[in-house]
Design a protein around this ligand. Structure first.
Ligand SMILES: N[C@@H](CCC(=O)N[C@@H](CS)C(=O)NCC(=O)O)C(=O)O
Length: 212
């Protein structure tokens, strides 16, 4: 059985999160850069991710899509990288909690905010995230409690939640609260983040040059 890791991505996409995670686990991996309009919608890639979106990760014949799932999968597949509490450990509770909170409520709240959609107060009850303001307050409290979300070390939950914060700070879709800025600064000082960023920035520049 092949153990080859292949990341399908685009340098200006959530694929940056998956690449950062790959750099954190420290395994060799190949990268297939797809084009939004063509190869991402071609049958060969739709067979991997029928959503026609990136990122996707193949590990031998196993396929994982959804960025949060890719992070969780890699943390479990390479436990020596210590990016997740072991299965059965009570720290799996906050670990799952924050990973899923980011993939669900945070992602939806930020996307809707970017589109200018505000949940009417009487509808907050039926929205999984309630209101943008509530999500921001909960997130601020979570990243203010200690340096990391789970126990006393960095995990895939910090990586995924952190990127949502970093993305929001970069694109103005999240309040510039000092707790968010401190947390994001802490994460971006990690060598794996910097390696991943340099690789994706270089790939983005190459694509831009090619496009003229
Ligand atoms: N829920 C997916 C979202 C993936 C996603 O929306 N990717 C965007 C780039 S950030 C994409 O591939 N867009 C291309 C398209 O939809 O055509 C995840 O978390 O991985």
């Amino acid at each position: 059985m092949s153990d080859q890791l292949v990341l399908y991505t685009h340098p200006m996409s959530r694929g940056r999160i998956a690449r950062w995670m790959l750099e954190e686990v420290g395994q060799l991996y190949d990268v297939e850069v797809l084009d939004f309009a063509s190869t991402m919608k071609a049958p060969a890639y739709l067979a991997i991710n029928p959503m026609g979106k990136v990122p996707a990760l193949c590990h031998g014949d196993a396929v994982v899509t959804e960025t949060a799932a890719i992070c969780a999968y890699l943390a479990d597949a390479f436990p020596e990288s210590r990016l997740a509490p072991p299965p059965g450990d009570r720290l799996r509770a906050p670990y799952y909690r924050w990973l899923f909170f980011a993939a669900g409520p945070i992602e939806a709240a930020i996307s809707n905010k970017s589109l200018g959609f505000v949940v009417p107060a009487e509808r907050e009850r039926m929205m999984g995230y309630g209101s943008f303001a509530r999500v921001m307050d909960v997130l601020e409290a979570a990243v203010s409690q200690s340096d990391y979300l789970v126990g006393d070390g960095f995990t895939a939950a910090d990586l995924y939640v952190g990127y949502s914060i970093g993305f929001g700070l970069m694109f103005g879709s999240l309040d510039k609260r000092p707790a968010f800025e401190r947390y994001w600064q802490r994460l971006t000082s990690r060598p794996a983040f910097q390696r991943a960023k340099a690789l994706d920035d270089a790939k983005a520049a190459e694509l831009k040059k090619k496009a003229g």
